[in-house]
Ligand binder design. Structure first.
Ligand code: AMP
Length: 128
């Protein structure tokens, strides 16, 4: 039986006043752990684990679902940086969790795509 394609909601209009855009522009401070031409990583201001940092692409995408085929390499880069920074912080060997909240229904509160990296405590499954 043919599968009916699910309708994808329209991309959210990117709001350049969001807090991560302001951090990327240097308008507000952050505790940076990594910076390159494609992304930055900085500590989360309200950590949910002993180690909690965010990897944020410089490209203004509101959320993961707004990324397209042209973003494949950039998305892969975010994960490689997540693992690299986790190793640099010495938390990789004991395990770390990578989370992307996509949309308000999944808990996204800042509408600039970002990858959470959490480590330093046991992680429950399934996540809440
Ligand atoms: P999400 O709920 O997935 O959109 O995650 C947004 C994250 O951004 C939360 O974990 C917040 O604690 C974090 N956050 C918000 N403002 C800042 C800030 N100024 N610096 C660092 N992290 C922030």
């Amino acid at each position: 039986m043919a599968r009916v394609p699910r309708r994808r909601s329209a991309p959210l209009t990117y709001d350049p006043s969001n807090v991560f855009a302001r951090i990327l522009r240097g308008e507000i401070p952050a505790q940076f752990l990594h910076e390159d031409e494609h992304c930055v990583a900085f500590r989360d201001v309200a950590p949910q684990a002993p180690t909690h940092f965010l990897v944020v692409p410089r490209k203004p995408l509101s959320m993961l679902a707004d990324a397209g085929d042209a973003d494949a390499a950039a998305l892969g880069h975010l994960l490689l940086v997540a693992a690299r920074v986790a190793r640099q912080l010495g938390v990789a060997d004991d395990g770390f969790r990578v989370v992307v909240n996509n949309g308000a229904g999944a808990g996204q509160t800042v509408f600039h795509l970002h990858v959470h990296v959490l480590a330093g405590r046991p992680m429950a499954w399934p996540p809440g």
